[in-house]
Design a protein around this ligand. Sequence first.
Ligand SMILES: NC(=O)c1ccc[n+]([C@@H]2O[C@H](COP(=O)([O-])OP(=O)(O)OC[C@H]3O[C@@H](n4cnc5c(N)ncnc54)[C@H](OP(=O)(O)O)[C@@H]3O)[C@@H](O)[C@H]2O)c1
Length: 405
Amino acid sequence: MSKDALKVGLLGLGTVGSAVARRLVSDSGLEAAAGRPLILRRALVRDRERQRAFAPPRLELTADPDRVVGAPDIDAVVELMGGLEPAATYIRLALDAGQDVVTANKEVMAASGGNLLDLAARRAVSLSFEASVGGATPLVTPLKECLGTARVYALEGIVNATTNYILDRLGAGRSWETALAEAQAAGYAEADPSADVEGEDAARKLAILASIAFRGQLGLSAIRRRGIAGLDPVDIVFGAKHGWTLKLLVSARLIPGGVEASVEPVFLPNDHPLAGVSGVDNCVRAFTTVGTFCFSGPGAGGEATAVAVLGDLVRVARERGSPYRSSRCTCTQPLRPTPPSPARYYLRWSGSLPAAAAPPHGLHDGQQLVTGTIAPTVVDRYLADLPPGKAVAIRLYDQPMPGRV
Ligand SMILES: NC(=O)c1ccc[n+]([C@@H]2O[C@H](COP(=O)([O-])OP(=O)(O)OC[C@H]3O[C@@H](n4cnc5c(N)ncnc54)[C@H](OP(=O)(O)O)[C@@H]3O)[C@@H](O)[C@H]2O)c1
């Protein structure tokens, strides 16, 4: 006999929320997987009158968060609003009130995931966040559960669909402005794309993944970050001549004394497994003492992301009532950032250089050059000496060295 229904409240009915709502009201397979019916009770929105991609006719839309957060007739809250606040407060209040929470919110999880997981454990409820990194690509659960007893010493990947799409368009010869406009028209870039383009979104996802993989707390400030603004087709053409593909790479590795973590544009050898990851796909490689694992799949889109959200929700429904379902945060110790390792860099500048901005040593090739192995801080100083948009720097890929585990 099936158990009592799980009563679900949504926070947000936008791109992902609408896809989740549609599946909840139309997919009978969810009940079979969960072992109990999933009933969508209510959804919180800002504007109840807005036209929506999908809103079930009998679904109550509310602008009052108390109708969902802490409401006695809601067992599980699915947070799909985005942004740090008020989402973080609503998640905390829901956990405190004994509701299970599923979220796709990387801002909240990168900023205060550890505290929220501990709160969930104290209240004997669960906080699930598979969709906060990689859209539909399974990353959180594999690292937390499947590789939970493996020793992971390095991660690298492509986790930002917007920038990956823009780099593809640059590769097709589009200017920076056209590539960005095309990403916006396709719905892959926000009107204000800065969080994606400047690498902030990717850094949040890396903070979440590295904290799980290395069982420590990696704060955003510990991640060295440069985005893709100002890159141009000439950079991609230069790389192609040398057999390199340009990607916004996230990487983190354990080294003696701490963790080296970065988000930056990197030239990968064409035969590198991440070089072929295109469009809105995501891919993360985990280097462990028993071998290298690779997780890839669609990194964005309402329908795809709903798969990850509903996977979490089905598990909540299956395990509700079990004493083993909530887990404390395993990332108790802060992970100390270490200075970035030296690397080779490709540099390009436009116009004549101010005297103060002599390029770091290397082989001159007009206004494009590849340096010898230099400290990334030298590159930072060089970029800081130039007016914004005058120069770009792209690291040349270096295989993660086995770290201390
Ligand atoms: N879109 C993707 O491909 C994707 C992929 C992976 C993860 N995610 C994550 O999923 C989450 C949702 O993304 P989305 O693309 O679905 O966002 P979205 O389309 O902008 O939808 C946000 C929804 O939240 C509601 N909302 C926002 N702030 C609110 C507030 N203060 N009070 C009440 N309602 C509020 C909005 O209400 P109105 O409709 O009334 O404006 C809207 O329905 C985010 O954390 C995002 O990072 C998205």
